[in-house]
Design a protein around this ligand. Structure first.
Ligand code: PMP
Length: 352
C-alpha cells in the first residue's frame, strides 16, 4: 500500500477472483465458465474488418445490442442496460441505490462481491443468515427500508427462490430497489424478468459469462424500469461511457442471433449436471439441488479444503471457500462430460 491511498480505502478487502493458474493445463471447474466455445456467428463477427475499426470509439449507447436483447426477451430498448461484465452493473447499482443512509441487505452466503461493493461505497449493509438448509428466508427481505440484493439462483449454493417469493419481496418494498442477480438462471432456474413490467423497483441483472460462453469478453445486461435504467446510465456516463469495447459489442450482438446454439448448450450442461450428481452420490458425496452450472458438494470422507488441494495436485481445479459456514464444501463447475469424468476418476483415487 502506498502512503497516498486515502484512508477510507486502506482497510478495503478486495474481491479475490477464482484462481487462473498458468503453471500447467488444468481441468478448470472453478469459475463457472462455460466449457463450450462461443457460437460460429460470434467467431465470424470478430473478423479482421471488425478489428480494423478499433481506431474508432464504440457506440456508448450500445443501441443495436440493446435492441436485440430487448426484442429477444420482449422489452423496449429503454428497459435494457449493457455493462462490462455484470460485475459492473452491480458496482453501478451499489453506487446508485445504496449508501450509509440507504442500507442494503443480502444473504450471508452469496456472491462475495456484494460485500466488497458494500464496503467500497460505504454502505450500511446487513447480511441475512441463510436457513440451516442453505435456503433464503424470504421474511428477512419483506418491508425492509434497504436495497435488496439477491442472487437467484444463489451462489455458491445453487438454490433458487420461486418467482412468487421474489414478487412478494418486490411488492413489499415499493420504496426500495430490489436487485435480482440472474447470472445462473439459464441452467433451469425460473426468471423473474416478467415482473420488471409490473414493478418499477425491480432490477434484474444477467451475464454473458456463463450461459453465453463469453466470460472473456466481459458483457452483462440488466432489465429494469426506464427510470432505473436512466439512473444506471447517469452513473455510467459519469465514469466510463465507452464501457463496452467494439469487439465485445459485435460478439454480443452475434450471440443473440445464435440464441438457439446457447440454449442447447445450456440443456447439455444441465444433462451433464444431472449425470454428475448421480456420480457424486455413488462416491458418497452430499450436494445441494443445483439450478445452475455448478454443484455445491461435500463428503464425510475428505474435508473441503483437502479435497480442493488434492484435486489441484492432480490437475483438477474446483473452488473452495474458507468461510467456516461452508468450508466443508467445494463448488464444482459443470464442465464437459470428459472433464467431469476426469474429476470422478481423480476423486475415486483420492478416496481409496
Ligand atoms: N453474479 C454472480 C452471482 C456471479 O457468480 C458472478 C460471476 N462470478 C457475477 C455476478 C459476475 O459475472 P460477470 O462480471 O462475469 O458478468
Amino acid at each position: 500500500m502506498s502512503k497516498f491511498l486515502i484512508n477510507k480505502y486502506q482497510s478495503l478487502e478486495a474481491y479475490v477472483p477464482g484462481e487462473q493458474p498458468k503453471d500447467m493445463e488444468y481441468v478448470k471447474l472453478n469459475t463457472n465458465e462455460s466449457p463450450f466455445p462461443p457460437s460460429q456467428g460470434v467467431l465470424d463477427r470478430i473478423s479482421s474488418a471488425e478489428v480494423s475499426k478499433l481506431n474508432l470509439y464504440p457506440d456508448p449507447d450500445c443501441k443495436v445490442l440493446r435492441k436485440k436483447i430487448a426484442e429477444l426477451y420482449g422489452f423496449e430498448s429503454e428497459n435494457v442496460f449493457i455493462s462490462n461484465g455484470s460485475d459492473e452493473i452491480l458496482s453501478f447499482a451499489f453506487m446508485a441505490f445504496c449508501s450509509e443512509e440507504k442500507g442494503a441487505v443480502f444473504p450471508n452466503i452469496s456472491y462475495g462481491f456484494y460485500k466488497v461493493y458494500g464496503d467500497l461505497y460505504g454502505v450500511d449493509y446487513t447480511e441475512a443468515p441463510l436457513k440451516e438448509d442453505f435456503t433464503i428466508d424470504v421474511n428477512d427481505y419483506l418491508n425492509i427500508n434497504k436495497t435488496v440484493v439477491i442472487a437467484n439462483p444463489n451462489a455458491p449454493t445453487g438454490l433458487s427462490l420461486s418467482v412468487d417469493e421474489i414478487e412478494k419481496i418486490v411488492k413489499s418494498n415499493p420504496d426500495n430497489v430490489v436487485l435480482i442477480d440472474e447470472a445462473y438462471v439459464d441452467f433451469g432456474g425460473k426468471s423473474c424478468i416478467e415482473l420488471v413490467k409490473k414493478y418499477e423497483n425491480l432490477l434484474v441483472v444477467r451475464t454473458y459469462s456463463k450461459s453465453r460462453s463469453m466470460a472473456g469478453a466481459r458483457l452483462g445486461y440488466a432489465f429494469g424500469s426506464k427510470s432505473l435504467i436512466d439512473d444506471l446510465n447517469r452513473i455510467k456516463y459519469s465514469t466510463n461511457p465507452y464501457n463496452i469495447n467494439r469487439l465485445t459489442l459485435a460478439a454480443g450482438e452475434a450471440a443473440i442471433d445464435d440464441n438457439d446454439y446457447y440454449m442447447n448448450r445450456c440443456k447439455e450442461i444441465v444433462e451433464i449436471r444431472e449425470y454428475s450428481k448421480r456420480r457424486l452420490s455413488e462416491l458418497g458425496f452430499d450436494y445441494l439441488d443445483s439450478d445452475t452450472n455448478f454443484i455445491f458438494a461435500k463428503s464425510d470422507k475428505i474435508i473441503g479444503e483437502d479435497y480442493y488441494r488434492r484435486l489441484k495436485e492432480n490437475g483438477v481445479l474446483v473452488r473452495h471457500f474458507s468461510n467456516p459456514l461452508i468450508s466443508g464444501y467445494v463448488r464444482i463447475t459443470v464442465g464437459t462430460r470428459e472433464q467431469m469424468d476426469k474429476l470422478f476418476e481423480v476423486t475415486e483415487k483420492l478416496l481409496k
